[in-house]
Write a protein that binds this ligand. Structure first.
Ligand code: NAD
Length: 323
């Protein structure tokens, strides 16, 4: 029996495939529209999930679980065809995956904290009504509705609302990636809104562990995958400066309307259903991400520093450094 990972060539998907193979010891079928850059020893299907494919349907039909990460992320994407591509990848592809998977097979669909439209400083819990801001968040709400329809028909599915994920291979459009690159090149760092804005940052290692646990525990409904701890952009930038041993030149730019001032998860349900409580060590995480992007840094011991979570699973898995 295998686990199917969609979006396997992407940031989280590639980390997840490595975690499933090397740490969790699972057999995998990896699916993506793109060629993977670094996946070895994995059965790989190159396919567009918004189109019919016999190979994809066979893989989904035979799997023990599906971790569906394929999608069109990012709240700031602009352009004439963005709305159509986002709908294709976040909604149509998700519908095809849900429809092609037997009802009893658990599916974890990656949704986003953006469905909350931000936090007023208090943690967002899954029972709050969605308040999506912008096309990306709206597409994730539509995908969650498809999940709810599968569940209402007796199917196994959970929508995992991920809060800003960071770590090795983070997407180049995301803030930490941009900042690491800019500070390394002694270029200005562009900060949107203000350095006092906050994000609930989740370590990609904890996301991988959580997604597998949601499938293994056959969790149903909607579950936040976040830490419950806010971090200011100032603290994140300070961690970049410390990791690189350089001072950043900061240019503050107007925030985009779809980008909330704060995000914050209530992780209670994740802990109740899986026993996992993610924990983010910002300096260690930023250093790991910088090393993955730039190579060894001065005084580097980052790959010997574990990301220690508060649950036994996290401590045990984080200490193995396999992602
Ligand atoms: P990513 O862009 O790095 O990876 C997404 C992958 O999906 C890409 O490799 C892409 O080729 C693939 N893909 C997209 N549409 C496809 C299709 N129709 N058929 C086949 N493959 C397709 O993004 P990521 O940051 O790894 O995010 C993974 C998922 O998690 C996305 O659904 C995203 O919306 C969600 N998410 C991410 C974050 C984050 O902080 N990175 C936060 C919240 C939610």
């Amino acid at each position: 029996m295998t686990i199917v990972v969609t979006g396997a060539a992407g940031f989280i998907g590639a980390n997840l495939v490595r975690y499933l193979r090397e740490t969790a010891g699972r057999d995998i079928v990896a699916i993506d529209r793109r060629e993977p850059t670094s996946l070895t020893g994995v059965k790989y299907l190159r396919a567009d999930l918004s189109m019919p494919s016999d190979g994809v349907e066979k893989a989904l039909g035979e799997a023990e679980a599906i971790l569906h990460l394929a999608g069109f992320p990012g709240v700031r994407e602009r352009g004439p065809d963005v709305a159509g591509r986002r709908h294709r990848d976040n909604v149509i592809a998700t519908r095809r995956v849900l429809e092609s998977t037997p009802p009893d097979t658990p599916i974890v669909v990656t949704s986003s904290s953006s469905v909350y439209g931000g936090s007023d400083g208090t943690p967002c819990s899954e029972d709050q009504p969605p308040r999506p801001r912008g096309g990306y968040a709206e597409s994730k709400v539509l995908a969650e509705r498809l999940c709810a329809a599968r569940a209402a028909a007796g199917g196994a599915v959970v929508a995992a609302r991920l809060f800003t994920v960071a770590g090795e291979g983070q997407r180049p459009d995301m803030a930490l990636s941009r900042w690491v690159k800019a500070v390394a090149a002694e270029q200005p760092v562009h900060v949107y809104g203000s350095l006092e804005r906050t994000r609930d940052i989740t370590d990609v290692r904890d996301v991988c562990i959580s997604l597998l646990a949601l499938a293994d525990n056959r969790v149903q409904g909607v579950v936040n995958v976040g830490t419950g701890t806010p971090h200011t952009l100032r603290d994140m930038l300070a961690a970049v400066e410390t990791a690189l041993g350089r001072v950043a030149q900061v240019e503050v730019r107007p925030a985009h309307h779809d980008d909330p001032a704060a995000t914050l998860a209530d992780p209670t349900r994740l802990t109740q259903t899986t026993g996992i409580r993610p924990h983010t060590n910002i300096p260690g995480l930023v250093r790991r991400q910088a090393v993955a992007a730039l190579g060894p840094l001065a005084g580097d011991d980052s790959d010997r520093r574990p990301n220690v979570g508060s649950s036994p699973e996290l401590s045990a898995t984080g200490a193995s450094h396999d992602l």
